[in-house]
Design a protein around this ligand. Sequence first.
Ligand code: PGA
Length: 247
Amino acid sequence: MRTPLIAGNWKMNGSLAANAALMAGVLGDAAAVKAELAVCVPAPYLAQAQSVLSGSRVRWGAQDVSAHENGAFTGEVSAAMLLEFGCSCVIVGHSERRSYHAENDQQVAQKARRALLSGLTPIVCVGETLHEREQGATDAVVTRQLTPVLDAIGSQLASIVIAYEPVWAIGTGKTATPEMAQQVHARIRAMLIERDAVQAQQVRLLYGGSMKPDNAKDLLAMPDIDGGLIGGASLNASDFLVIAHAV
Ligand code: PGA
């Protein structure tokens, strides 16, 4: 039995004041939510998340992590640093990192590995562009993105979270239909089963890409959709909570 996870990806949004209001709003009703809740906040606000969310049932994490342990990597943030601020999870391989920062599949795999070795849950993002979908390449792209991750993490399969985020659905208001999303999720589950049939059943597969209060229920009803990675709608406490209650 997989506990559903609803994770917010705030992206590069927020301020001390806005975050305080948002987190207070989420905490207001978090206790009534059955799903596990997490927010992935910009790195400078991790201390704020730690101080506000400690002791609550909302976990927090970052949006990226260095593949390196420490050293001369200007601008990077290490897994050990995230742990000091109480993070339990970190997004890796988000499509915005892949496209704007040229992160490749191997780098994403190393980041996922580093996170796991440090005791953080990596939320590994995969997903195709519109062009790739139109070419019928969705399965090939997801397989290409996920294979190095699965190779890199070895026997720790059950400790990762995977988010299927079709790039064409992110921030566009276009959502994959529940059936389209389930089809890819089932393909991902099959890939995991090939590695380890028992652990594969424990891995949460999140859907991300314009998940909103009005479409969350149908998406989350699918057998292999175990939660959501929520961008825009996670910036509004009541929208985020409606999605969480849809589990
Ligand atoms: P969105 O973003 O919900 O705004 O589409 C999801 C994501 O990029 O994680």
